[in-house]
Ligand binder design. Structure first.
Ligand SMILES: C[S@@+](CC[C@H](N)C(=O)[O-])C[C@H]1O[C@@H](n2cnc3c(N)ncnc32)[C@H](O)[C@@H]1O
Length: 237
């Protein structure tokens, strides 16, 4: 699995939302913008702003790729639970598909609010709201959620995102779901999605069962109304 390709795909799902939220957060006037859990730079590379761009991630390999894809950003290896920045030193601090992976999301959100004046959690999945049609495909959603749990993620964290910000004492300005994008129905998106599903399930589901689901999904694809919802929110600290 090429993770940068996957992150670019996820970045495309939230591009319109990010544009809206970054503008609303005042990115044009920001001096410092930080992505916590920046991965390979799929989001950082697209930010057009005179601000200094900062990225932090635990994984040296991701940071090495990020250096290539988001060469303007200053990168730091670190743990989101203990951000190495002074209080209120960053204008906008954001994350994108991070909190489902961390040991203590509340601690991470506390840290984001400590260092940042505006805190954005741009996307966290909520598999409990996932819609699979026809009903035979529901098994696929469960297999994928179980595979994420085995890799250490909380695939329903999106359902607790607003509550977590509230617990961290952050004033919520805007929060809500992202519906499945129209783009997801495009053949190339569908193919990429299936590359991820096959990689996720390779160790837990037989190739035959995966292929049965793929055929069912292919038949249903043109009729599908929605995939799964992601929660996002916009907050001012
Ligand atoms: C799903 S990737 C998302 C990457 C990027 N935000 C994006 O959307 O393209 C999650 C990233 O969070 C990083 N990560 C996970 N736990 C972390 C932690 N405790 N501190 C810092 N980074 C962490 C991982 O190394 C990975 O790069």
């Amino acid at each position: 699995m090429n993770w940068h390709t996957r992150y670019l795909q996820q970045a495309a799902w939230t591009r319109d939302l990010r544009t809206y939220l970054f503008e609303k957060a005042g990115i044009a006037d920001a001096r410092r913008v930080l992505e916590v859990g920046c991965g390979t730079g799929a989001i950082l590379r697209e930010i057009k702003s005179p601000a200094s761009l900062l990225g932090l991630d635990l994984e040296p390999a991701s940071l090495a790729e990020c250096r290539i894809h988001a060469s303007a950003a200053s990168l730091t290896r670190g743990d989101a639970h203990f951000l190495p920045y002074p209080d209120q030193s960053i204008d906008i601090v954001y994350c994108h598909f991070l909190l489902l992976w961390v040991r203590d999301p509340l601690q991470v959100v506390y840290e984001m609010a400590r260092v940042g004046r505006t805190v954005l959690a741009l996307a966290e999945p909520d598999y409990s709201q996932r819609v699979d049609e026809p009903a035979e495909l529901q098994k696929l959603g469960k297999w994928q959620a179980d595979a994420l749990v085995r890799r250490g993620a909380d695939p329903s964290f999106g359902s607790r995102l607003a509550e977590t910000f509230y617990q961290a004492g952050i004033q919520l300005i805007e929060t809500g779901p992202i519906q499945s994008a129209e783009k997801r129905r495009l053949p190339v998106e569908w193919k990429n999605e299936w590359a991820v599903i096959e990689a996720d399930l390779a160790e837990s589901v037989s190739g035959e069962d995966i292929q049965k689901m793929r055929v069912l999904d292919e038949n249903a694809r043109k009729k599908r109304r929605a995939g799964f919802a992601c929660a996002y929110l916009f907050c001012l600290g």
